[in-house]
Design a protein around this ligand. Structure first.
Ligand code: NAD
Length: 468
């Protein structure tokens, strides 16, 4: 596919908007049928998708691709199909005594044409879950996948082309320049997934058109381990969250905050957990994924080298291949907040461990930094857990685990502050991409009509009754 020109983008948007206005919003039956067709086409091309992901990454676990890309995607489509009827129903609202016998209700209206911009790290699910959500909400959509996963973008383009006309759904390709032109289009909503830096540019461009945005961004998601908690289970789950997709996950546990007395126990348990999950090593492994490209491999190596030069203890848990950009897991001890690895989102299999003396210290450490996309808390004491949850703010939380909040279809998924604006998944996705239109139907009798000129004594009595 060749890159879209600004003229192409405008033409597609105009034709989608015209079709939306002409055909009106699709009914429940149509939306369900579209979602079913999307799901069927994804399943039909399952092998193709997994192969394309492997081509783009060089080495990407086929099983992991099916588990972390396709299962959440298909599960979320199933969930939307099952619950859409309920979400689409008009919702009756309260009418105060003075406006009886009127009726009030809220209708969720499709907004029109939604622009979706996707990143490279989970290029299938982070493009197609937003797309399915736009369809469920009754919208038309234009989707721009990442330029860094061309093979996967091609398959996504074929999936869409096979089942939807371009005036309903279109896939356009291109890099940052196309992304910039795309986000400057007067969409009815933009759903962007990517970095905080680019998210700010998208928000700026969208603001010029007063286009509402949902921004799904990144950041540093901390793990807090309560004092004295059993380390084996923690280490196993942190390793799973950190090593899935080789740490190239927006909600990967970025760093660990552990009590100073438990630090060594955690470090030992983490090394054991990593070895247990990847007994065969990393280079050429069917269960481990490469770093996307040389740029990110170099960036991660730079973070490790900088930490080492600043006095961190670097524990490498396997051999790497710079040629194939495969980076084995790395544990970093004696880390300070000033090190580069603690200044930016890591997005790789490198785990810095920091220690605290009191939980308050850990809470203050988190609160002194931008609000994270995810927070992970491990501990058995409910009061301590509540203290950490109550006194911190993050997009989402998983307690005693990692990543799992993402796959709960009935939970909103999104960030807060630097990690994002708004949320999607399940009902919240439907709400984000529809307009809540309030409707009031005035009844034959309406006390409020007594409050219009010519005003009399009755108007005074009612006014005084209301203003009690
Ligand atoms: P990125 O921000 O570099 O790119 C994302 C998309 O934006 C790409 O399609 C790109 O072409 C496009 N783009 C680039 N410049 C643009 C511009 N000026 N205007 C509009 N669009 C532009 O992000 P990435 O490197 O692809 O992905 C990694 C980042 O995404 C990480 O920070 C990660 O945490 C975050 N992320 C967040 C989530 C989430 O759900 N919150 C999920 C995955 C990744």
């Amino acid at each position: 596919m060749s890159d879209a020109t600004p003229a192409d983008l405008h033409h597609i948007l105009d034709s989608q908007r015209a079709a939306f206005l002409q055909d009106g919003p699709p009914d429940l039956k149509q939306r369900r049928a579209d979602l079913r067709r999307l799901k069927a086409e994804i399943l039909k091309r399952r092998t193709e998708i997994v192969r394309a992901l492997k081509t783009d990454f060089g080495q990407r676990s086929e099983r992991e691709s099916a588990i972390v890309e396709l299962i959440p995607l298909v599960q979320s489509i199933n969930y939307m199909i099952a619950h859409l009827g309920c979400w689409m129903k008009p919702e009756r609202r309260h009418v105060s005594a003075y406006f009886q016998c009127g009726r009030a209700w809220v209708v969720r209206q499709p907004v029109g044409v939604v622009g979706i911009i996707a990143p490279w790290n989970y290029p299938v699910s982070l493009a197609l879950v937003p797309l399915a959500t736009a369809i469920a909400a009754g919208n038309r959509a234009m989707l721009k996948p990442s330029e860094f996963t061309p093979a996967t973008s091609a398959v996504i383009g074929e999936i869409v082309q096979a089942i939807f006309p371009p005036e309903q759904i279109s896939v356009v390709t291109g890099g940052g320049d196309v992304g910039a032109a795309f986000s400057a289009l007067p969409f009815d909503h933009i759903l962007f997934t990517g970095s905080t830096a680019v998210g700010k540019k998208v928000a700026e461009a969208a603001a010029r058109n007063l286009t509402p945005v949902t921004l799904e961004l990144g950041g540093k998601s901390p793990v807090v381990i309560a004092p004295g908690f059993s380390m084996q289970r923690v280490a196993d789950r942190v390793a799973f969250g950190k090593l899935t997709n080789a740490g190239q996950t927006c909600i990967a546990p970025d760093y660990v905050l552990v009590h100073e007395n438990d630090r060594d126990a955690f470090a030992t348990a983490y090394q054991d957990a990593v070895k247990k999950q990847h007994p065969g090593g990393y280079v050429g492994s069917p269960d481990y994924t490469a770093i996307l490209n040389a740029h990110h491999y170099g960036r991660l190596s730079g973070l490790i080298d900088h930490a080492e030069a600043q006095g961190a203890r670097v524990i490498r848990l396997g051999s790497d291949s710079a040629t194939d950009h495969i980076l084995a897991p790395v544990l970093l001890l004696d880390v300070t907040p000033q090190m580069a690895v603690m200044q930016e989102e890591i997005f790789g299999p490198v785990l810095p461990v920091l220690t605290y003396r009191t939980l308050e210290e850990a809470i203050a450490f988190i609160n002194a930094r931008p609000r994270p996309l995810a927070l992970y808390y491990f501990g058995g004491n409910r009061a301590e857990r509540d203290r950490v949850l109550k006194n911190t703010v993050s997009g989402n939380v998983t307690v005693n685990g990692t990543l799992m909040h993402y796959v709960q279809d009935d939970l909103p998924f999104g960030g807060v502050g630097d990690s994002g604006i708004g949320a999607y998944h399940g009902k919240e996705g439907f709400m984000a991409l529809t307009h809540a239109r309030g409707v009031y139907r005035q009844g034959r009798f309406n006390a409020a009509t007594l409050l219009q000129p010519p005003f009399g004594r009755l108007a005074d009595t009612i006014t005084n009754l209301i203003l009690r």
